[in-house]
Every structure is written in structure tokens, then in C-alpha cells.
Design a protein around this ligand. Structure first.
Ligand code: GDP
Length: 298
């Protein structure tokens, strides 16, 4: 992921290296290269515009003309602005003051929600919590079963509707699950919801209804980094539909160009909180905007 973007940006900076002073023409040539590299990596156009505008303005300011090493200063500016696009600060899970903390997962089918539920449960257990998983994806016949397998692997209790009890009503399942968590002393409830292949009003309404019923502390929108430009419209639709609190980029181990995923935080104004990097339970990390920017600019 990001190798092509990373290579293109380093090549651009190499052209600047050794220049004592940067003329406006040097800056503009650099901005043009950065713009092309970002667009070719699938970064959304409004994000590219805002980004290059901010870099240009700073690159032409005293900050650069008075720097000992102007080209290094430009790299630093690009780094700063990239950190900004990626959400700035590292954002961690907000735990409820009174347990259980409720974490709801939303996203398209195949995005990696169920896999993430297992990863979160595994990680939170290792941190001393007692998470419980809730199967609210009642659309796909196999989804409950899949969550049960994931839960077993992660060593977490899975709450799923009994046949005849709440089947077909994910809102009731979610609500009941919170009560069960309280009596069974689970301090974290992770609610897996249904996804569709495309954005779908009924699905969005259902997710919004679950959100309203259980008032989650976090709503994590899981997005497959491989889906390219569609990532932005999908993220916008989910942001309007369920007002998520954070983004999880999944499949960052793939070879997608990655730019669309990079646009999601900027376009929605919501932070990227986690990155998923494989199918295994531990292939997952807290997302640090500064580390990701350094990795891209390395
Ligand atoms: P859901 O429909 O959103 O619940 O998606 P799943 O969790 O079922 O994931 C869909 C597919 O993507 C499964 O085959 C997962 O093993 C795979 N998957 C999930 N996360 C990752 C990831 O970070 N990297 C890779 N390579 N595969 C993943």
C-alpha cells in the first residue's frame, strides 16, 4: 500500500534537494508533481486541492525562504499537512464512564467488520476487559455463525438471537444484548451490524435505529482500503446515515493505491482510529497519523 505514492513523492523531493533557494517556479513545479502523485493514488480531488493549496502557501512563505535548508523545510510542510489530512492526533477509544462501553461497527458487506470485531475483542481482552460480541447482522444467513466462529477464536462471549427470539429484529437484539452485558458483567459490548454490497437506504435506517437504541460510545465505520474512489462516497453516506465517531481502514496489507482511504478522514472530518492489516486476530493497530505520514514520505 502507498508504495507508488511514496516513490513519486520521494522522486519529487529529490529534484529539490541541494537547491539553496526555491523560486516560485520551483515551488509550483513541486506542487504540480505532488498534485499528480496524489491524484494518481486516488486521493479525492477536494482533498488534493486543499492539500496542495496549503502546501503552496506555506512553501512560499518566510518559513521556507528563511530556512537553512529550504527543500527540507518543504518536506516538513508536506509531512505536517499529510498528518493533518489523516486526522492530526492519534484518537483512542472513549470508554464509557459507566460500563458497558458500547462500540458499534458499520460498513459495507465485506469491509471487514466481523473480522474487526474479533480483533477488537482479542485486543481488549488482553488489556484486561471483558468484551462481548453481539450479532446484529441478521440479513445474511451465515453472518451470526461467522461472528460465533470469530468470537470463539478471540475467546469472547457472543450474544446472538435464539431462534424465535428477536430473529429479524436487530434493534431488539442490540437492546437486549446491553442488558445481558450488564448482568454478565461484560464491560464492553461490540455490536456487529449488517452490511450490503452497496449503500442501501433500508440498511442505513437499520444501522441508525440500532445506534439510536443503544447510544454507542463509539461508532466505527470500517472501510476496505482496496475499494478506491468509492471510499469517499461510501464514507460520506455512512457519515450522514449513522454519524460515526471514527474510521477503521481495513486491508491496508493489500496493494491498493491507498489514496481514497487517505481521503476519508479529511472528507468526513472523523478520525481514523485503527488500521487492519490482515486476516489474523492480531493484524490490527492503533492508527497514528504522524507515523503513517512518515511511512508515506519515507
Ligand atoms: P464484513 O462483511 O464487513 O463483516 O467483512 P468480514 O470481516 O467478513 O471480512 C471480509 C473478508 O475480508 C474476509 O475474508 C476477511 O478475512 C477479509 N479481511 C478482513 N479484514 C482484512 C484485512 O485487514 N486484510 C485482509 N487481507 N483481509 C481482511
Amino acid at each position: 500500500m502507498f508504495t507508488s505514492l511514496s516513490d513519486r513523492l520521494s522522486a519529487t523531493f529529490k529534484n529539490l534537494r541541494g537547491k539553496g533557494r526555491l523560486s516560485e517556479a520551483d515551488v509550483d513545479a513541486t506542487i504540480r508533481e505532488i498534485r499528480r502523485a496524489l491524484l494518481d493514488a486516488d486521493v479525492a480531488l477536494p482533498v488534493v486541492r486543499a492539500f496542495t493549496g496549503a502546501v503552496r502557501e506555506r512553501a512560499l512563505s518566510d518559513e521556507v525562504s528563511q530556512a537553512l535548508n529550504p527543500s527540507q523545510q518543504v518536506v516538513k510542510i508536506v509531512n505536517d499537512e499529510l498528518v493533518g489530512i489523516l486526522g492530526g492526533q492519534t484518537r483512542r477509544i472513549q470508554f464509557a464512564k459507566r460500563p458497558p462501553t458500547v462500540i458499534m461497527l458499520a460498513g459495507l458487506q465485506g469491509a471487514g467488520k466481523t473480522t474487526l470485531a474479533g480483533k477488537l475483542a482479542h485486543w481488549l481482552t488482553s488489556e484486561g476487559h471483558r468484551p462481548m460480541l453481539v450479532a446484529c447482522d441478521l440479513q445474511r444467513p451465515n453472518a451470526v455463525n461467522q461472528l460465533q466462529i470469530v468470537g470463539e477464536r478471540a475467546g469472547a462471549f457472543v450474544y446472538a438471537p435464539e431462534p424465535g427470539n428477536g430473529v429479524g429484529d436487530p434493534v431488539k437484539v442490540a437492546r437486549d444484548a446491553i442488558e445481558v452485558a450488564k448482568t454478565k458483567l461484560h464491560d464492553i459490548v461490540i455490536v456487529d451490524t449488517a452490511g450490503r454490497l452497496g449503500i442501501d437506504e433500508e440498511l442505513m435506517r437499520q444501522a441508525a435505529d440500532i445506534r439510536a437504541a443503544v447510544n454507542p460510545d463509539e461508532v466505527l465505520f470500517v472501510i476496505d482500503a482496496m475499494i478506491g474512489q468509492d471510499a469517499v462516497t461510501t464514507a460520506q453516506a455512512f457519515n450522514e446515515g449513522v454519524d460515526f465517531t471514527g474510521v477503521v481502514l481495513s486491508k491496508l496489507d493489500g496493494d491498493a493505491r491507498g489514496g481514497a482511504a487517505l481521503s476519508v478522514a479529511s472528507v468526513t472530518g472523523k478520525p481514523i482510529m485503527f488500521a487492519s492489516t490482515g486476516e489474523g486476530l492480531t493484524d490490527f493497530e492503533t492508527f497514528h497519523p504522524d507515523r503513517m505520514a512518515s511511512r508515506i514520505l519515507d
